[in-house]
Design a protein around this ligand. Structure first.
Ligand code: NDP
Ligand code: 2IT
Length: 443
């Protein structure tokens, strides 16, 4: 079977799952030469096995809104691969959630988690529930109903969820509370928990910080850093906020933020009290970025994404396929030298090709945003030991892990003096998981 025949088979089996197929195609294209060169992988049929989730759980989530209406959402957990550790990955609550999106996220998570150097397998889950404009009570009742089914599939050594889009510390709290009540045990079955009941310092910051550390490591290969660089960021949630904070610390200037309504361009920089305002706006008042524009007199571009704004570095931190081919071209033509992906699969395949053809420093999500899940694994470690590390200790470990991921990309992705981080991340992640699968026999 050649690469095309293999993809044909995957497409036939997973028709109508475009995001999943997109993520599979990217990984398979990178690892195919390694697969062909290593007969033991072929003999164990690793590729066909690795694209098939070990288990998918889909369930009904009924809940009652404040006005007494009965609602039904769909819940999912994709337990994709446990070759190197318990299933680990976030839960996403967003109206767009479906099987294809969660399978792509679960598939990415396998290789991302392998890159962290820590013992965590790949999983992802969530619901098409939309937390926007819901009361606290509605969110709580939804989370409780969701857990009434999901609890039986979780466990600190089995499957450990965390947050993703639409799931932050409030939702983790409600879900953990229900899990604890049903199971009558207090274990580290979620990460991203609040500090006073088992959370880890730096976990909220970790994805954004890690994405910026990865950008610094990429820039360092060309003797550059973020000092004085103009940085365009998309999104305005958890990942964006802490990416912005870290860019500011490194002396860069962040000029954009966005949400699904549009983007803000603030040429003077999103820093100091402006960043504090943004955090309060998004995390406490649950408002829209448009209000930032009104507060500080910055321009709001309704219905547009920020990629037409001239920058040195771009940090996509919102969602999948948020940089299309035209937008990737605009970034390249405007002189962007580095893209570090805080979001999962934010760039369409044609955009990725353009970045690689133009030899820019391009860090794909599974490498650049792995700091979040890596710090989740550090939270699991602290929970198992029943103690907590200091901010400095966790941040130092995160910094070391991001450098190790960068190093793995360099090792597996260097071709003619150019570091192809896509190839490097895919091959490094794949090798670790594939070898573990071989050790375990045909299971
Ligand atoms: P949040 O829910 O905190 O924020 C999401 C942000 O992205 C919001 O600004 C949201 O705007 C915007 N957004 C979401 N969906 C869309 C859409 N369809 N179109 C335009 N904008 C959209 O999520 P996170 O910050 O946690 O996650 C952001 C990205 O980072 C995701 O891709 C996630 O998978 C990835 N990620 C997250 C990690 C984590 O630890 N949290 C770890 C690794 C990756 P709006 O309010 O309008 O929806
Ligand atoms: O995409 C991701 O890596 C996350 N949403 C974080 C997963 C985790 O378990 O911390």
């Amino acid at each position: 079977m050649n690469l095309q025949e293999f993809m044909q088979k995957v497409k036939a089996r997973n028709a109508n799952e475009p995001e999943f197929l997109q993520s599979v195609e990217e990984v398979i294209e990178s690892v195919w030469p390694v697969y062909v060169a290593n007969p033991q992988f072929k003999q164990a049929n690793i590729l066909e096995r690795i694209v098939e989730p070990e288990r998918i759980i889909m369930f009904r989530v009924p809940w009652v809104s404040d006005n007494g209406e009965v609602n039904v959402n769909r819940g999912f957990r994709i337990e994709f691969n446990s070759a190197i550790g318990p299933y680990k990955g976030g839960l996403r609550f967003h109206p767009s959630v479906n099987l294809s999106i969660l399978k792509f996220l679960g598939f990415e998570q396998i290789f991302k988690n392998a890159l962290t150097t820590l013992p965590i397998g790949g999983g992802k889950g969530g619901s098409d529930f939309n937390p926007r404009e819901k009361s606290d009570g509605e969110v709580m009742r939804f989370c409780q109903s969701f857990m009434l089914e999901l609890f039986r599939h979780l466990g600190p050594n089995t499957d450990v969820p965390a947050g993703d889009i639409g799931v932050g510390k409030r939702e983790i709290g409600y879900m953990f509370g229900m899990y604890k009540k049903i199971k009558n045990e207090f274990t580290g079955v979620f990460t991203g928990k609040s500090l006073n009941w088992g959370g880890s310092l730096i976990r909220p910051e970790a994805t954004g910080y890690g994405t910026v550390y990865f950008a610094q490591d990429m820039l360092a290969t060309r003797n550059m850093d973020l000092e004085g660089k103009t940085v365009v960021v998309s999104g305005s949630g958890n990942v964006s906020q802490y990416a912005i904070q870290k860019v500011n610390e490194f002396g860069g200037l962040v000029t954009t933020i966005s949400d699904s309504d549009g983007f803000i361009h603030d040429p003077e920089g999103i820093k100091g009290e402006k960043l504090e305002y943004l955090m309060d706006l998004k995390n406490v008042r649950r408002g829209r970025v448009k209000e930032y524009g009104e507060e500080f007199g910055a321009k709001f571009y309704q219905g547009h994404r920020p990629w037409s704004i001239k920058c040195d570095v771009a940090l996509p931190c919102a969602t999948q396929n948020e940089i299309n081919a035209k937008e990737a071209a605009s970034l390249v033509n405007n002189g962007c030298i580095c893209v570090s992906e805080g979001a999962n699969m934010p760039t369409v395949p044609e955009g990725v090709k353009l970045f690689l053809d133009n030899k820019i420093l391009y860090g794909p999500g599974k490498a650049a945003n792995a700091g979040g899940v890596a710090t989740s694994a550090l939270e699991m470690t602290q929970n198992s030991m029943r103690l907590s590390w200091s901010r400095e200790e966790v941040d130092e470990k995160l910094r070391t892990i991001m450098s190790s991921i960068h190093q793995q990309c360099v090792q597996y992705g260097t071709e003619d003096n150019f570091i192809n981080y896509v190839k490097g991340a895919n091959i490094a992640g794949f090798m670790k998981v594939a070898n573990a699968m071989i050790d375990h026999g045909i299971v």
